[in-house]
Design a protein around this ligand. Structure first.
Ligand SMILES: [Fe+2]
Ligand SMILES: [Fe+2]
Length: 503
């Protein structure tokens, strides 16, 4: 005991319990319900009120009184609060980007303006056709336009919530109890059909699906209302089909303008980048055919592994195609484009060689800016080598130079991959480049090589700044092995059967 008192390190100290106090205070606050009471932030409230007023104005029937306007305003305000809370709970990333919120608000207003315009046209059209029912022309209103654009730019969940509030707003506007049902079904089918949109023609297909869904739901509404006869059915079908095709046509027309105005990327614009007639792809295939071929295989590897790690396969493929476009500027300095026996690097010192190799990242980013490639592709170009070492020239410098070279001079400037997508392309790129050196590619050798490459990148700390997990790496490895085994299987030429000897 005496020793303990003398030795300050052994003296009993009062434990620090400040963290416990903080926890109890936080718990009390939560129990009092102070945190849960905030339904909507003070700074968001004015925007919601303005948007509700604008929408109530757009839906207002000027023959009705001011009380009808305020009634609409209250319902729309409640619907928008629901939409906001839903985004806050399930898609908080959108709330952080003012641009995305402005786009969502604009899409509600834009859909209502377009719909009011078409409602007026269809009313005149139906009167011209001698349609007596005042409901029939409403089957043609292209309200599904909004959700179709939302699913292409945002996601399916947001498109469903958008569809719900839009169809309830349609109920306020058209004052028909069954119309929200019709609008909601059309919107849902439109969003569903574009869930895995990969090409422009998918938008036309979405229009056809919307038209078919509309035919069924408008017929059902006629049956419920007791107006079902051949004459009514004929006009319901006509307006339902017009609705589907109007949505497709408007989506085609508006999407490029929305993309440009808000600087957003949709699968449709990404598909255009896959076209081999794109000027950058054309230039790459002519001036750097080896790099072009390499990019195609990286695309296959990344696309195959993307779905298992939750990356959009289309984005993975497009980003792979463009990841090395910087090599266009000096293609003959990259091994995959060298045709002769003499390497262009033979007469250069290792540091200069490494500088030429490293420059393809900067050149790639410049070309991406020049050709207006999406932000997501530009980021992959910048990050696909992270801060890795140009090992070949570093080793060469170690052997040739008298003073030991600085490792930092032979490393790419980075940054390291910041997203799963960039990490996936870094791995696919390294695996493809290494696989070219395999002489006898048996499945066991392919597996060993893929394992080694992924481990090296991981141990070098290149995957430290993105959210990729060890489970993801294991899934990626399996997919890479499968794809490479398929590629090598095709490359191996089997010996021709021995011809029978002619005696
Ligand atoms: Fe590269
Ligand atoms: Fe590459």
């Amino acid at each position: 005991m005496k020793n303990m008192k003398d030795n300050p390190q052994l003296k009993p100290t009062t434990p620090d319990r400040s963290y416990l106090r903080k926890f109890i205070e936080k718990f009390k606050t939560h129990q009092n319900g102070k945190e849960r009471k905030i339904l909507i932030e003070r700074e968001t409230l004015p925007y919601l009120i303005i948007l509700s007023l604008l929408n109530a104005f757009l839906l207002h029937d000027f023959k009705s009184g001011i009380s009808s306007f305020f009634g609409s305003f209250i319902v729309i305000f409640l619907l928008l609060i629901f939409f906001y809370r839903d985004l806050k709970r399930y898609k908080p990333a959108y709330l952080k980007k003012k641009k995305m919120m402005a786009l969502l608000a604009s899409l509600i207003v834009f859909t209502l303006i377009i719909s009011r315009g078409f409602e007026h046209i269809f009313l005149v059209f139906s009167k011209g056709l001698g349609v007596e029912s005042i409901v029939m022309h409403t089957f043609g209103i292209p309200l599904a336009l909004g959700p179709v654009i939302v699913v292409l730019i945002f996601d399916f969940h947001t498109a469903i919530t958008f569809s719900l509030i839009l169809s309830l707003m349609a109920g306020i506007w058209l004052k028909t109890s069954l119309i929200p049902l019709y609008v909601f079904i059309g919107c849902l089918i439109g969003a569903f059909s574009l869930l895995k949109c990969k090409k422009r023609t998918d938008i036309i297909n979405a229009g056809i699906y919307i038209a078919l869904a509309n035919i069924f739901s408008s017929s059902a509404i006629l049956l419920i209302m007791g107006f079902f006869d051949l004459h009514s059915l004929y006009f319901a079908v006509v307006f339902s089909v017009i609705n589907g095709f109007t949505v497709s046509a408007l989506c085609f027309l508006c999407l490029p303008a929305i993309e440009r105005l808000f600087n957003v990327t949709t699968p449709v614009s990404l598909v255009e980048l896959l076209d081999i007639d794109h000027p950058l792809m054309k230039q790459l295939s002519v001036e750097a055919p080896g790099t072009y071929h390499h990019s195609m295989i990286v695309g296959s590897l990344a696309e195959a592994a993307s779905e298992v790690v939750g990356v959009n396969p289309l984005i993975a493929k497009v980003a792979s195609y463009y990841h090395d476009i910087g090599k266009i500027r000096m293609p003959e300095y990259f091994v995959e484009n060298q045709t002769g026996c003499i390497s262009k690097h033979e007469k250069l010192n290792p540091h200069l060689s490494s500088m030429i190799i490293i420059a393809h990242v900067k050149d790639g980013v410049e070309l991406a800016e020049e050709f207006n490639l999406p932000e997501i592709v530009k980021d992959v170009i910048q990050q696909h080598h992270g801060t890795t070492l140009v090992t070949y020239f570093y080793q060469k410098a170690l052997k040739e130079m008298e003073t030991p070279p600085s490792e930092q001079d032979y490393r790419y400037p980075g940054p390291k991959p910041q997203t799963k997508l960039a990490a996936l392309i870094m791995l696919a790129d390294a695996v493809e480049a290494a696989s070219r050196t395999l002489d006898d590619p048996t499945p066991a050798r392919i597996s060993g090589l893929v394992d080694k490459i992924i481990k090296n990148i991981f141990l070098d700390g290149q995957l430290d700044e993105c959210e990729i997990t060890l489970k993801d790496l294991s899934e990626i490895k399996k997919k890479f092995e499968y794809i490479l085994a398929g590629i090598f299987h095709r490359r191996i030429s089997y010996p021709e059967p021995a011809k029978e000897k002619i005696v």
